[in-house]
Design a protein around this ligand. Structure first.
Ligand SMILES: Cc1ncc(C[n+]2csc(CCOP(=O)(O)OP(=O)(O)O)c2C)c(N)n1
Length: 304
């Protein structure tokens, strides 16, 4: 049991969730800004990439590679798919986005800032002591963060719990969990995959950022997880494969997932680690290392 003293400064966002009013339970509430066009999302994606470079370079540490690979996935979710309200991060009817690969915090913070959960300037506080921009996500401190993560393998189980809670509470929100492909080495991912299919959790979508690299190299060398799509299928999931940088493929995949009844959906998004910056692409050195000031300058030029 944590002592009261240790937990005193931290807010339990679930415990502090407001009492549910009639208005709050209405899923008809206008909660998202107008969905962006593909061209507008492309511009946002570039902005997020620029934030990721600037944040990690300013911090002098962090995880740019796996943040850059997830940009189009996260952009599509936050600007076109999720029902959410940045002014009311704990709105009970919101769709939930769970970043299971918690080291990808820079891409999530960038999207949260750009949608208005907190000022964009705050991104520069990444990894500073006592800031809300911790290197790995903390749901108790950062508005819009649904799960405290960093220890890989847990997000899908967490997502199932929230998705089943929707069923118990007669709510129609949906849950989206973003996993890394290296993260899929974790046994817990497959226990969760089995459970989600068993309980027909069809308001749950797992997105695997299939960038084929993990902390220190290619996934096929560290632990070969192919055939990835077949694995999810054999666990009872509806599987869709997309080019994870093609906005024209990602949005239809989320729409198809919404129509799928009786099964959870796994979207295998084929991506490139470090996408958008020539010297970071497919370069495992940038898994957990920030660009130097000179490298950041070069990267930002490429992202103009
Ligand atoms: C349980 C656990 N084991 C090991 C690590 C160390 N670790 C951090 S990131 C990482 C690689 C993750 O690779 P992947 O999921 O493919 O992420 P991406 O390439 O998308 O950044 C590892 C092994 C961890 N955070 N948690």
């Amino acid at each position: 049991m944590p002592s009261k003293k240790r937990g005193a400064k931290r807010v339990n966002p679930l415990a502090s969730a407001p009492k549910i009013s009639a208005e709050a339970t209405s899923s008809k509430r206008a909660s998202i800004a107008k969905p962006l066009s593909e061209e507008e999302m492309r511009m946002v994606a570039k902005k997020l990439r620029r934030h990721i470079i600037t944040m990690t370079a300013t911090a002098g540490s962090g995880h740019p590679g796996g943040s850059l690979s997830s940009v189009e996935i996260v952009t599509t979710l936050f600007f076109n798919v999720l029902r959410h309200d940045p002014k009311d991060p704990r709105w009970p009817e919101r769709d939930r986005f769970v970043l299971s690969k918690g080291h990808g915090a820079p891409v999530l913070y960038s999207a949260l800032a750009e949608t208005g959960y907190f000022p964009v300037e705050e991104l520069l506080e990444l990894r500073k002591l006592n800031s809300r921009m911790q290197g790995h996500t903390d749901m108790a401190t950062t508005p819009g963060v649904e799960m405290t993560a960093g220890a890989l393998g847990q997000g899908l189980s967490f997502g199932i719990g929230i998705a089943l809670a929707a069923r118990l509470d007669s709510r129609d929100y949906r849950v989206y969990v973003l996993l890394g492909d290296g993260e899929c080495d974790e046994g817990q991912v497959w226990e969760a995959a089995m459970a989600a299919a068993h309980y027909n959790v069809d308001n749950l979508v797992a997105i695997v950022d299939r960038n084929r690299q993990q902390i220190d190299g290619w996934t096929y060398e560290v632990m070969d997880t192919e055939p990835m799509a077949e694995k999810w299928r054999s666990f009872g999931w509806h599987v869709i494969e997309v080019d994870g940088h093609d906005l024209g493929q990602i949005l239809p995949a989320f729409n198809k997932a919404k129509r799928m009844k009786g099964k959870p959906t796994a979207i295998i998004a084929h991506t490139i680690k470090g996408k958008g910056v020539s010297f970071m692409e497919n370069n495992p050195d940038f898994h957990g290392k920030a660009p130097t000031p000179e490298e950041a300058e070069k990267a930002l030029k490429e992202l103009e």
